[in-house]
Design a protein around this ligand. Structure first.
Ligand SMILES: Cc1cc2nc3c(=O)[nH]c(=O)nc-3n(C[C@H](O)[C@H](O)[C@H](O)COP(=O)(O)O)c2cc1C
Length: 425
């Protein structure tokens, strides 16, 4: 089976198998320092013992002013020796059994909620252009968006240079700590995704106006991270898929991916969704299949939310290493996706919080029959109070936000040395 086979990235990094623990914000690093702490190490030790091919950390924010959530980890240019020590411990804990670990770096841009980051009440979020998040047409949805996120400030070129420096500083800190690489978060509607998209980037300078210019900030970050680290340091990026409901055109996105691939990335992870339309948090359960041969494309699409877009990338860029994340729950579905050529690696998030040792115990465990090697999760339902709120404020992000908080709670249980709640069906 491909799923258990070792593979390599262009930077030379070897992965013992094809299963990647996808990035999940741990929500365990409180203000003011936002540094990784002992509880996080306890949680990551569980994953380190799980037999994964690669671990991606939760998103680490690069700007202390703008976090994605109030408990996010923060990287820093001027980390004290104590902070450097805990980062080193974090890297070595993740990698103590030979699984390489990669830090995901992020700037939320217009998606930094009120209270996440050291800024005054009137300091605006940053974005390529002053385009506000749109949760829907109702008055209440408009008020929620204004109060929580506000209308962002269109970034000056100075702001852009600072953000590039912050990503590079985050990569340097990860490199010096002993992580094997970084993944730039260019998906889920965060700052880099805002630059790439014509819906949120209305600029007409060097950073907007054409697909190539909208990709410019990403290209500069990749080049500067490479210069600041080494040839052997892995640089990946997570991007959103383009589909019929997306405002981005396929041709423009392929042009941007071409430039990103040319800039020298080691992998491209495909996901989807934003705060406005959180597709990444779908809760579909896969059909049960008993052999990879019988899996039809429709079934495969049902198991993996974003595979068909990855297959389009593969057709255009045959050599790029592709991770697809979102929806994978069965060994046979994962194997079929790999065999379809649509991806090289399988990203798994929510199941990794319920079963931190999922690869070792189930997916790669030869004692478990193919048809039993699966992890179907009970859908997380909004509690009644949220249900009423959701009736008042019918935004899709409410359910997705609650799901995310629920699974972050599972990671926190791991950090407390407790077993995650077993929510398998
Ligand atoms: C608690 C939680 C936190 C997440 N945090 C991040 C994150 O920091 N960065 C990211 O790229 N995706 C994040 N995601 C999305 C996952 O990486 C993944 O794309 C999504 O959950 C779909 O995969 P799954 O169906 O295997 O869960 C998060 C998901 C959850 C449940």
């Amino acid at each position: 089976m491909l799923i258990s086979q070792e593979t390599g990235l262009p930077c030379g990094l070897r992965l013992p198998n094809r299963l990647v623990k996808a990035a999940m914000a741990e929500s365990m690093a409180p203000a003011p320092t936002h540094e990784p702490n002992d509880k996080m190490l306890v949680a990551y030790k569980e994953w380190a013992e799980g037999g994964w091919g690669m671990l991606l950390t939760g998103n680490v924010q690069v700007s202390e002013t703008y976090l994605g959530g109030p408990l996010d980890v923060l990287s820093s240019k001027a980390a004290s020796s104590d902070v450097q020590r805990i980062w080193k411990e974090w890297a070595s804990t993740c990698q103590e059994n030979g699984t390489p670990a990669v830090v995901q770096l992020n700037h939320p841009g217009r998606q930094s909620p009120l209270g996440a980051g050291q800024r005054g009440f009137f300091t605006k979020n940053l974005a390529p252009s002053a385009v506000k998040l749109n949760f829907g047409n109702s008055i209440l949805a408009g008020v929620a968006s204004s109060l929580l996120f506000g209308t962002p400030k269109a970034m000056t070129e100075e702001d852009i240079s600072l953000v590039i420096d912050q990503f590079v500083a985050g990569a340097k800190q990860s490199f010096q700590a002993g992580f094997k690489g970084v993944e730039l978060h260019g998906a889920h509607g965060y700052l880099l995704a805002q630059f790439l998209s014509p819906k949120t980037n209305l600029r007409t300078d060097d950073f907007g106006g054409s697909p190539a210019k909208r990709a410019e900030i990403v290209l500069r970050i990749i080049h500067q991270v490479r210069q600041a680290t080494s040839k052997g340091f892995c640089i990946g990026i997570k991007l959103n898929s383009v589909d019929a409901s997306s405002s981005d055109s396929m041709a423009d996105t392929m042009e941007q991916i071409g430039l990103i691939v040319e800039a020298g990335i080691d992998f491209l992870e495909i996901s989807g969704g934003t705060y406005e339309d959180p597709k990444m948090a779908q809760q579909k359960e896969p059909e049960i299949v008993t052999s990879t041969k019988e899996i039809k494309q429709t079934t495969l699409q049902r198991e993996s939310f974003f595979l068909s877009f990855a297959q389009t990338i593969r057709a255009n860029f045959p050599k790029v290493v592709l991770i697809v994340s979102g929806g994978f729950r069965t060994r046979l579905g994962m194997e079929a996706a790999l065999q379809s050529g649509g991806c090289d690696l399988i990203g798994i998030a929510r199941p990794a919080t319920v079963l931190p040792k999922l690869p070792k115990e189930i997916i790669l465990n030869e004692d478990i029959k193919d048809e039993d090697a699966r992890v179907s999760l009970k859908p997380v339902r909004l509690p009644k109070l949220y249900g009423y709120l959701n009736w008042l404020l019918p935004v899709k992000s409410m359910g997705a936000g609650y799901t995310s908080v629920y699974y972050a709670g599972q990671i926190q249980r791991m950090g407390d040395g407790l077993k995650p709640l077993d929510t398998r069906l």
